[in-house]
Unconditional design. Structure first.
Length: 370
C-alpha cells in the first residue's frame, strides 16, 4: 500500500477559557477538531534501508509516522539504576553490545557502565541509536536528533545510516531538521507539508577537513577524561591534536619505543572527543601521525585494548598485527594468546600492530619531526 488517508479528530469542550479566547480573537471553535492528510509513500517500489520524514513542527510528521508504521515507532526503556549494557536483549553477547555502541559513535567503555539517566544528552542519543540498530525489523525514531547539538546530530546521523546499511536493516527518522539530510543520506525523503515523496541515491557525506598540529602536553587535559583506560600521559610523549574548524577534536601521543632489534615509536593515548566519534577521526589521526613518524626511518607500533579499535585496526591495510591478541594479567604481564572474542575478569585483551602504510615526509617536515 503506497497511499494512506489519515484522519485525526478530537472533541473540543467550550470551557470558559475557550470562550474567552474565542472572544479575544473573534473565533468560533468547532465542536470537533479535525485534521486530514493524504500520504503517498510508495515504499514497496524499491528496496531501501534508511528513510527520513522531515518538516516543520505541526506538519503532521509524528501522526503520519504512527499511522503508517504503527508499532515500529520506538521509544526505548532503560533499566533504572543499571548500566546501559544491561538494557540490551539478554540474547546479545557483550561483544555484540559493545560493537553496537561503538558503531554509532559511542566508544567510551567507562560510560557504558553508567545508568542511562546520568549520561549526557549526546550519549543518551547514541545509546538509543545502538538499541535501534540491534532491534528486529523496521525501527522508527520520532524527534530524531531534535534534542542534541547539531554537530552530534549530523555525525550521529552518519553513524546510524552506516550501521543500519551494514546490518541490512531498516530505519526511519522523523525530524524537523533538514541539516541532517546530507549526513543521514536517506534512500527516500518524505515532506508532509506538500505530500512530497522522493527517492534518493546515496551520496558521499560532506567532507570533513582536519588540521593536525604538534602541541604542548597540557593539551592532554582536554582529552584525558575521555580515554578508555587512563587519564595519565607519559611526560616524554610528543603530542599532536587534530582540529576541525579550529576546534580540537582528537589527540595522539607518541613515545620512543626502545627494542633490542627494532627500536622505533609507539602511539599512545589516541582519543577522539565524544561529540565527534563516528566519523573515523581517531583512525585517521593515528594513521596520519604514524605516517609522519615513519619519516624518521624508524618503525611505528601501537597496542590497544578497545575492542572496536582492535577490529578496525585489524581490517586496515595500513597496519599489520604483530601477534595474536593477548590477555594482560592484573600484574601487567601477558597471560598468553587468546581469541579476540574471549573475555574474562582476569584481564583485558590487547593487540599489537606495526604501521606499514605510506610515509609522509612533507607532513614530518611541516611538524618539525625531521
Amino acid at each position: 500500500m503506497s497511499e494512506f488517508n489519515i484522519l485525526r479528530t478530537a472533541d473540543i469542550k467550550r470551557t470558559p477559557r475557550v470562550q474567552q479566547v474565542e472572544g479575544i480573537f473573534d473565533l468560533k471553535a468547532d465542536a470537533i477538531s479535525r485534521e486530514e492528510w493524504t500520504v503517498s509513500m510508495p515504499l514497496e517500489d524499491r528496496e531501501w534501508n534508511v528513510g527520513l520524514i522531515v518538516g516543520a513542527s505541526g506538519s503532521g510528521k509524528t501522526t503520519i509516522a504512527t499511522e503508517v508504521f504503527g508499532d515500529a515507532v520506538k521509544e526505548f526503556d532503560w533499566k533504572e539504576g543499571e548500566s546501559i549494557v544491561d538494557s540490551f536483549p539478554d540474547t546479545m553477547s557483550i561483544k555484540d553490545i559493545t560493537y553496537a555502541l561503538s558503531s554509532v559513535g559511542f566508544g567510551s567503555p567507562p560510560n557504558w557502565l553508567r545508568p542511562f539517566h546520568v549520561l549526557s544528552t549526546g550519549e543518551q542519543f547514541r545509546a538509543n541509536l545502538a538499541r535501534a540498530i540491534v532491534s528486529d525489523g523496521l525501527v522508527v525514531l520520532d524527534e530524531f536528533t531534535s534534542v542534541v547539538d547539531r554537530t552530534v546530530a549530523q555525525i550521529g546521523s552518519h553513524s546510524m545510516a552506516k550501521a543500519v546499511r551494514r546490518r541490512g536493516g531498516q530505519f526511519v527518522g522523523v525530524s524537523c531538521h533538514y541539516d541532517i539530510v546530507d549526513w543521514l543520506q536517506p534512500d527516500w525523503l518524505y515532506e508532509p507539508a506538500d505530500n512530497q515523496f522522493t527517492w534518493r541515491s546515496v551520496r558521499r557525506r560532506p567532507e570533513v577537513s582536519l588540521t593536525i598540529r604538534r602541541v604542548d602536553k597540557r593539551a592532554w587535559n582536554i582529552f584525558s577524561r575521555f580515554h578508555y583506560l587512563s587519564q595519565s600521559i607519559n611526560q616524554s610523549a610528543t603530542c599532536f591534536v587534530a582540529f576541525m574548524d579550529e576546534t580540537p577534536v582528537a589527540f595522539v601521543g607518541v613515545l620512543s619505543f626502545p627494542h633490542a632489534t627494532a627500536s622505533g615509536w609507539r602511539l599512545s593515548r589516541t582519543v577522539c572527543l565524544p561529540d565527534y566519534q563516528g566519523l573515523g577521526i581517531g583512525t585517521i589521526m593515528a594513521d596520519n601521525i604514524a605516517s609522519i613518524m615513519r619519516a624518521t626511518g624508524k618503525p611505528v607500533y601501537d597496542r590497544m585494548a578497545h575492542p572496536a579499535m582492535i577490529w578496525t585496526r585489524a581490517k586496515s591495510t595500513n597496519w599489520r598485527m604483530t601477534g595474536k591478541p593477548r590477555r594482560v594479567s592484573p600484574t601487567g604481564k601477558s597471560a598468553g594468546d587468546v581469541r579476540m572474542k574471549a573475555t574474562t575478569a582476569s584481564g583485558r585483551v590487547t593487540a599489537g600492530f606495526k604501521y606499514v602504510g605510506r610515509i609522509d615526509y612533507a607532513g614530518a617536515r611541516k611538524l618539525s619531526i625531521i
